[in-house]
Design a protein around this ligand. Structure first.
Ligand SMILES: CC(C)(COP(=O)(O)OP(=O)(O)OC[C@H]1O[C@@H](n2cnc3c(N)ncnc32)[C@H](O)[C@@H]1OP(=O)(O)O)[C@@H](O)C(=O)NCCC(=O)NCCS
Length: 197
């Protein structure tokens, strides 16, 4: 695919490339501005590429000097992607993310049945932060404006349709879409076709 960048885009990319080679040696291109909190807890693979205005946050919710956000090789994320990791967010190899995506393993409080719940009388920002790891497999394509909530596992080769909110695990080789995201197609190995479900 041929890219026709404008002059200003070329200048911005050159500045970003210099920044990338100094501060993110393994990455392909980290576009600016980027907001990163807790970089020591970040691991990314070769070829990592980000769009404009991404926000990667690694918080000390679970103690320990380990990588909380792990991004595999050749991952490309679009503009305004916000990923927050308090315990563990793993993204596999060759994942493609569009723009305005939210992925996090953190919740302001606990609202699950069968567990101690947070009172509505406590301001949300003072509720105890709860974490539940997020795992995204290899070769996953995540469409525009998607939210992936805490505790979710998405299998290899999945596609998440634009504007989806993923609230349940997605088995490998599945296309999900909607709010909440539901299975719309599954890869059939024999016919080599995505079959409507
Ligand atoms: C998920 C996606 C890949 C599916 O494409 P597709 O297989 O060609 O989908 P179809 O048009 O065959 O749709 C199948 C069904 O899913 C529904 N559907 C498809 N995408 C949907 C979405 N994002 N949200 C809700 N429903 C969706 C269709 O309405 C259709 O429903 P029906 O069977 O009741 O008629 C595509 O719709 C999509 O969302 N792509 C992401 C685009 C994007 O964000 N690009 C960013 C560039 S990186």
């Amino acid at each position: 695919m041929k890219n026709s960048y404008s002059i200003s885009e070329i200048i911005k990319n050159i500045i970003a490339l210099v920044f990338t080679k100094i501060f993110f040696k393994k990455a392909r291109l980290i576009r600016l501005p980027i907001y990163i909190r807790g970089k020591t807890h970040l691991s990314y693979g070769n070829g990592f590429t980000t769009g404009y205005n991404c926000r990667l946050e690694m918080f000390d919710i679970t103690q320990g000097n380990y990588k909380k956000l792990i991004i595999g090789n050749n991952c490309k994320i679009g503009d305004y992607v916000h990923i927050a990791a308090g315990e563990k967010v793993i993204i596999g190899n060759n994942c493609l993310m569009a723009s305005k995506i939210y992925i996090s393993d953190i919740s302001h409080g606990c609202y699950k049945e069968g567990l101690e719940n947070d009172s509505p009388d406590i301001p949300p920002d003072r509720r105890l932060l709860a974490t539940d790891p997020v795992i995204i497999g290899n070769n996953v394509w995540i469409g525009e404006n998607v939210s992936i909530l805490s505790g979710i596992t998405i299998g290899d080769g999945c596609i998440v349709g634009a504007n989806s909110v993923v609230t349940k695990n997605v088995p490998k080789h599945t296309i999900v879409a909607g709010v909440p995201a539901k299975v719309i197609k599954v890869w059939n190995k024999e016919s080599e076709l995505w079959i409507k479900s």
